[in-house]
Design a protein around this ligand. Structure first.
Ligand code: UGA
Length: 434
């Protein structure tokens, strides 16, 4: 099939690669000329392990091409995926202007039946809105062409994007006609997984509900971690014991310094706004957001309690990205920690394998290092913020000798606490006895 994917961000690029790998001919479109120029040369505009090699092969084979010419792609392809960004507006709702612009363009350009698929995360009811925009444009052209709107939300994780796109645990397709359902079935025929066909609105809600539920698990365990510390219980053991019940499961019960990234914070804000607008506030989700908002302060207060005033202290921030295996720093807990340290007038040394360039733009005055050991040099304390293997696998036994004081605050419970204590560290995890 001929597939157009409009928007070459994370989701768009991963989707394009996955469909090209499943033998569809894919044209990916973006209005950012610089991005398209890079992609044409098989260079990814973001870091994702293993993806660039696959991209090179697909570009060489000609199964995947890139362009800024949306009109041509719309005319040539039968299925049009919209995968443009939906950032947060100032009131917390999702800003749909990019999605709407693409819809207008489709209505202005199409000459035959199209299946228009929304991949971007959008509020419930967006498919109806987009349908109207396209219809309106067709009416202006006095054309009675038919088309279908499908909601096909994306569940891939950064850092595992290609794997998730190729081996999804489920595919959710919200579509209201048999014709579109058949085309979507054909599109996904080589992916062996469960496909759930639902209405447009159900699919839109499944996306938000899934992210909201995962974030709820994280904030639940983080809040529990706070009380575990008070009473001397260990959240790692508690999570293990809970997870052994398959109804609960082990995943997303890793206590830490809170969730970040381009999805959870934004989607939760959007769902909360949508719920209030509909006169039905979501109380549990409000608490989820509030626990997450305060988790870094809670962590930093522990640091301050253990080592005293931070002013003039040399603090090593280990890890800047919102999670390992990505260069994404959007809504990363590290940024809140850096703000806290700056406010307290600490001297910051920071290390990250992939995120330094982005953080440098926001905080040019911090001392960035090329290795984790350089960051630890003469440090009064180390804060493990992102559990990159380069950080977890530091030779901690010897690193102690280059630090001024042996304080390690592990914001991800990623290190072996008993080993750290044996090495002579004052080691503090999240929700663990110390
Ligand atoms: C998330 C979802 O997992 C994907 O299914 C979804 O498709 C994606 O959002 C999206 O909506 O596009 P992602 O943001 O890439 O994916 O990252 P996650 O692996 O879910 O992690 C999110 C945050 O939660 C990270 O900061 C991570 O450190 C934190 N986290 C995760 C915890 O603090 N504890 C956990 O147990 C798990």
């Amino acid at each position: 099939m001929k597939v157009a994917v409009i928007g070459c961000g994370y989701v768009g690029t991963s989707t394009s690669i996955a469909f090209a790998m499943y033998d569809h001919t894919v044209v990916a479109i973006d209005n950012d000329m610089g991005k398209i120029k890079k992609l044409k040369q098989a260079v990814l505009p973001f870091y994702e392990a293993g993806m660039e090699e696959t991209l090179q092969k697909l570009v060489k084979d000609g199964t995947l091409s890139f362009t800024t010419d949306m009109k041509e792609a719309i005319t040539q392809c039968d299925v049009l995926f919209i995968a443009v960004g939906t950032p947060s507006s100032s009131d917390g709702s999702a800003d749909l202007s990019h999605v709407e612009e693409v819809a207008q363009q489709i209505g202005k350009t199409m000459e035959s039946y199209k299946v228009v698929v929304i991949k971007s995360t959008v509020p419930i009811g967006t498919c109806d809105k987009i349908k109207k925009i396209i219809k309106n444009e067709l009416e202006k052209r006095r054309l009675a062409l038919s088309f279908d709107l499908v909601s096909n939300p994306e569940f891939l994780r950064e850092g595992k994007a290609l794997y998730d796109a190729l081996h999804p645990e489920r595919i959710v397709i919200g579509c209201d006609t048999k014709k579109a359902q058949k085309i979507m079935q054909e599109l996904y025929k080589d992916i062996k997984t469960n496909i759930l066909f639902v209405s447009n609105k159900d699919a839109e809600m499944i996306k938000y509900a899934s992210n909201a539920f995962l974030a709820t698990k994280i904030s639940f365990i983080n809040e529990l971690a706070r009380i575990c510390e008070k009473i001397g219980a260990n959240i790692i053991q508690v999570a293990k014991g809970m997870g052994m019940d398959s109804r609960i499961g082990f995943q997303f019960l890793q206590a830490g310094i809170g969730y970040g990234g381009s999805c959870f914070p934004k989607d939760i804000k959007a769902l909360l706004t949508l719920a209030s607008e509909n006169g039905n506030p979501l109380h549990i989700l409000q608490a989820v957001a509030s626990v997450n908002q305060t988790q870094t302060d809670w962590f930093m207060e522990k640091v301050q309690k253990a080592i005293g005033p931070l002013s003039g202290k040399r603090i090593a921030v280990l890890g800047l990205t919102f999670k390992p295996e990505t260069d994404d720093i959007r809504e990363a807990p590290s940024l809140k920690i850096i703000d806290y340290l700056i406010k307290e007038k600490a001297f910051i040394t920071a290390y990250d394998p992939k995120g330094v360039e982005h953080v440098k733009k926001l905080y040019p005055a911090i001392h960035y290092t090329f290795t984790p050991l350089e960051a630890l040099q003469k440090a009064d304390a180390a804060l493990l913020v992102t559990e990159w293997k380069e950080i977890v696998n530091i030779d901690w036994q010897n690193a102690k000798h280059i630090m001024s004081q042996p304080f390690v605050f592990d914001g991800r419970n990623a290190l072996n606490s008993s080993e750290m204590l044996t090495f002579g560290y004052h080691y503090v995890g999240v929700g663990t006895p110390h």
